[in-house]
Design a protein around this ligand. Structure first.
Ligand code: AMP
Ligand code: MG
Length: 338
């Protein structure tokens, strides 16, 4: 298959929408990462997403909508708390889990009777959904296990020849995937996957907001978890990623010098100085900046031929938790603690 590279123009958006209507796969930019989209109601098209990514069939997809009118087509029930959150955070990087209507095939929801729904804010994503008139099921547009793509080039690197088209909208602003939440009861928000919309951001709207334990620890593949995606090894480049929890920069550098081998790199904060003789890349100082850079740097490190990468440990607060979680998953939860 020849994968077409489309651009963010009216004409190309119409072509992309036409492809979606015909059951084809189109990768498109969102404010988080690039998504690999198909009509969420078409079983065959959704199966093709799983095949193109090599994604396990029990890992559910998020359904993207352009307006609240589409919510009723997909969700069987919408609790008042969800409508309040939609009012504050949609369009944006928040995915909410609802009981699923039968029109959404079970392949889309990984066999679950619930479905994750999000209204993205990226203009190209919104235009694609509106022009096609379809709710669009879209996981991240990477091959399963690899870092999520934040540019059209990343998508092409993984998907060229496997999908109908990639819509190039430049580099994604957010850089990590959406925050995924479900509701334990009318007043409790359960964060299944942290994103840039943080626990602190959600707190004013609910009685209680808590983070699932799978965010902090490795889950055995046979375990039943609230969010199936959290049990798979994820986000990892070819290089081995090793976060180093050091009391300060000097201790970090001392450790790296003692253990340095060929093809070893460091991933440092922007404000860290460049240590002599150690190849380094930087990934921001704040959680938001680190989220923007992390997957981009992972792919860069692969292009540089890195075999081992020591990474400065991000904070776990606010947006930092999403960075911490992706980094720990990439590392298989192995950490050097000094
Ligand atoms: P991706 O689209 O690759 O970012 O993955 C979407 C993730 O959202 C999945 O891996 C799940 O962890 C989560 N998710 C989607 N739908 C559901 C659902 N119905 N229940 C729980 N988690 C979900
Ligand atoms: Mg993904």
């Amino acid at each position: 298959m020849n994968t077409r590279l489309l651009h963010d123009t009216q004409e190309d958006l119409s072509i992309a929408a036409e492809l979606i209507r015909h059951g084809e796969l189109v990768a498109f930019p969102t404010e988080t990462v690039y998504g690999l989209g198909a009509d969420a109601r078409k079983e065959k098209a959704v199966r093709a997403i799983f095949a193109a990514k090599g994604r396990p069939a029990d890992n559910p997809l998020i359904v993207h909508i352009a307006g609240l009118d589409m919510l009723g087509m997909i969700a069987a029930e919408v609790p008042p708390l969800a409508l309040t959150l939609a009012g504050h955070f949609w369009p944006g990087a928040l995915t909410m889990i609802f009981p699923k209507r039968p029109e959404i095939p079970s392949v889309t929801s990984g066999g679950l009777d619930t479905v994750g729904i999000r209204m993205p804010s990226h203009p190209a994503a919104r235009a694609l959904i509106s022009l096609s008139g379809c709710p669009i099921a879209a996981p991240s547009a990477n091959r399963s296990g690899l870092p999520s793509p934040t540019t059209a080039k990343h998508v092409m690197d993984d998907m060229n020849g496997r999908i109908a088209a990639v819509l190039d909208g430049g580099q994604c602003e957010g850089g990590v995937e959406s925050t995924v939440i479900c509701f334990d009861d009318t007043q409790t928000i359960h964060i299944l996957r942290p994103g840039l919309i943080s626990q602190e951001d959600l707190a004013p709207y609910a009685g209680r907001v808590y983070v699932d334990h799978a965010v902090f620890e490795q889950i055995a593949p046979e375990t039943k978890v609230a969010s199936p995606g959290m049990k798979y090894k994820h986000y990892s480049p070819k290089a081995k990623i090793l976060p180093v929890d050091a009391p300060d920069f000097d201790a970090f550098v001392r450790y790296v010098r003692q253990h340095w081998k060929e093809h070893t790199y460091c991933l440092l904060f922007d404000s860290d100085p460049e240590p002599d003789g150690i190849p380094c890349l930087h990934y921001g100082d704040s959680g938001i900046r680190q989220a923007h850079d992390l997957f981009f740097r992972f792919r860069e490190l692969d292009e540089l031929g890195a075999a081992l990468v020591y990474v400065r440990m991000p904070s776990q607060s606010g947006a930092g938790l999403s960075v911490y979680n992706r980094l720990m998953r990439a590392a298989g939860f192995e950490v050097i603690r000094l």
